[in-house]
Design a binder for this molecule. Structure first.
Ligand code: SF4
Ligand code: SF4
Length: 395
C-alpha cells in the first residue's frame, strides 16, 4: 500500500477489501493526535534491520501484542510496515495468541511471529506435553510454524539448558519445521545475556531495556549482537507511568516516542516491542521509525526520570532481594503491580500474583523493619509499595 491513509484503511476494512471482519468492538479508527504527525497520512516504518544472524529483517519499531483486544490493530500495523509481532501463550490467558492469529492470517507469510512459553524449570517437564503446548499455540496463531519460539521470562538460562526434555522438545519442533528459531525473554539480563553467549539455543533474546535501566547491560547486549544473536528490547517505557505525570507531551514529541528513540539509538538493539493496543499507539510509535534521539527527547526523558526516580522499581535491579529475611519476590510483585496499574493488564496481573508461591508474597512485611528499603539504591518505599501491591492484586 503506498502512502496509507487511515480513512482508506477503515473503508477497506468495512468493505472487506483487506479480507478482515470488522469486530463489534471496532473503534472509529486511529486518532492521529500525537505530536509531529500530519493530518490524514498514517506513518510508515522507514528502517529495517538484521535480526542477529537469523537472516530475518525486522522493523526498528515492532509490535508488542500484550494487551490487545482488537485484531484489526495488528493488520493496521502491518499496513504501516510493521512486520515483527511478539506475543506469548500467557498473554490475555491464551487469547493474545488468538488475536494475533486472527489479525495476521491474511498476511502470515509476510510477517514474523514470536511467541513464548513459560515454565518453572525446577519442576519436571514432559517433552510430549511441552510439544503439545507449542502445537496448541500454532492452532491459536492459525499458522504451521512459529518464527521464533522463546522460553518466557527466564532468570537463569542454565536451568532451561540443563533440562533435557525441554531442549529435546525444541529440537524436535525445529526438525519438523514448526519452529524456525529459538530464544528466551528475561528480566534478569545481567545474568542471562552472559549465559546466552555459551549456547546456540539463544538465537534471539528479548530483554528489559530502557532509559532508566539499561546502561549496565549494554556491554552484554553488544557481546550478544557480536555473536550474531538477535536483540529485542521490551519494557521500553520504564514503567509506563507517563499518563500520571506532568509535561509528558509537547509539540515535538510524546514521552513514548522519546523512550523509543532512546532505545533504538543503541545500534546493538535490532528492534523493540512497545505494546500497541490501539490504532493511535500504532501511529504514535511507528512515527518514530528511523528517527534519531534529539535534544527534545532527552529533555522529555530527563523530566520523566525526575518524576519517577523514587517510585519506579527497576525490575532488573534486584538489589533488595538479598536484604529481605522472608525471601519476598520484591521485583516480581512490583512488576505485577505495574502491569495492573500502568499497563491495563489487571486480570493477567492478578493471575500472575496468584501463581506466585505464597512464601514469596509480602505477607510478613507488616512486622518487619524493612531492610529492603535501605538496600534500595533509588529510595523506594518498598514496604508500603508491596503492601499496596498485595491489596490491588488480591482485590
Ligand atoms: S518489608 Fe517485606 S520485603 Fe521488605 S525486608 Fe521486610 S519482609 Fe522483606
Ligand atoms: S525495590 Fe529498589 S532495590 Fe528492589 S528491585 Fe526495585 S529498584 Fe531494585
Amino acid at each position: 500500500m503506498s502512502r496509507l491513509k487511515r480513512r482508506n484503511f477503515i473503508t477497506a476494512l468495512t468493505s472487506g477489501l483487506l479480507g478482515l471482519g470488522v469486530s463489534k468492538h471496532m473503534s472509529a479508527g486511529p486518532a492521529l493526535s500525537f505530536p509531529g504527525q500530519k493530518e490524514s497520512a498514517a506513518p510508515k516504518i522507514n528502517k529495517y534491520k538484521d535480526l542477529g544472524k537469523t537472516g530475518l529483517k525486522v522493523p526498528d519499531v515492532s509490535f508488542g501484542a500484550i494487551s490487545l483486544f482488537e485484531p484489526n490493530v495488528l493488520r493496521y500495523a502491518y499496513e504501516c510496515g510493521v512486520t515483527y509481532f511478539d506475543t506469548a501463550e500467557s498473554y490475555l490467558r491464551m487469547k493474545g495468541e488468538a488475536y494475533v492469529g486472527q489479525g495476521l492470517k491474511e498476511v502470515r507469510d509476510k510477517v514474523i511471529i514470536t511467541t513464548k512459553h513459560g515454565q518453572n524449570f525446577r519442576q519436571k517437564i514432559e517433552k510430549a506435553a511441552f510439544i503439545q503446548r507449542l502445537e496448541a499455540s500454532l492452532k491459536r496463531l492459525q499458522t504451521d510454524h512459529i518464527d521464533i519460539a522463546m522460553i518466557h521470562s527466564l532468570d537463569d538460562l542454565s536451568l532451561a539448558l540443563n533440562n533435557q526434555e525441554l531442549m529435546s522438545a525444541y529440537e524436535q519442533l525445529k526438525k519438523e519445521g514448526k519452529v524456525r528459531f529459538t530464544g528466551f525473554s528475561t528480566h534478569n539480563a545481567k545474568v542471562t545475556l552472559k549465559q546466552a553467549l555459551d549456547t546456540d539455543f539463544a538465537q534471539v533474546i528479548l530483554f528489559q531495556y530502557n532509559h532508566m535501566e539499561g546502561k549496565e547491560i549494554e556491554p552484554h547486549i553488544k557481546a550478544a549482537r557480536q555473536k550474531g544473536i538477535g536483540t529485542v528490547a521490551m519494557k521500553v517505557f520504564a514503567g509506563g507511568m507517563q499518563g500520571n505525570l506532568k509535561s509528558m507531551v509537547n509539540q515535538q514529541t510524546s514521552y513514548p516516542q522519546a523512550a523509543i528513540r532512546w532505545v533504538m539509538s543503541n545500534p546493538d538493539v535490532d528492534t523493540c516491542i512497545p505494546t500497541m493496543s490501539s490504532y493511535s499507539h500504532v501511529e504514535e510509535y511507528v512515527a518514530t521509525s528511523g528517527q534519531p534521539l534529539d535534544r527534545t527527547s532527552l529533555q522529555m526523558l530527563a523530566s520523566y526520570e525526575r518524576q519517577v526516580h523514587s517510585v519506579y522499581c527497576r525490575v532488573s535491579c534486584r538489589e533488595c532481594l538479598s536484604a529481605c529475611p522472608n525471601n519476598v519476590a520484591v521485583n516480581d510483585v512490583l512488576r505485577y503491580a505495574m502491569y495492573f496499574e500502568h499497563y491495563g493488564r489487571e486480570k493477567e496481573a492478578i493471575g500472575y500474583y496468584a501463581d506466585l508461591e505464597p512464601e514469596r508474597k509480602p505477607l510478613g512485611c507488616e512486622n518487619c523493619a524493612a531492610p529492603c528499603e535501605s538496600a534500595c539504591p533509588y529510595g523506594l518505599r518498598v514496604k508500603a509499595k508491596l503492601q499496596h501491591s498485595h491489596e490491588i492484586l488480591t482485590a
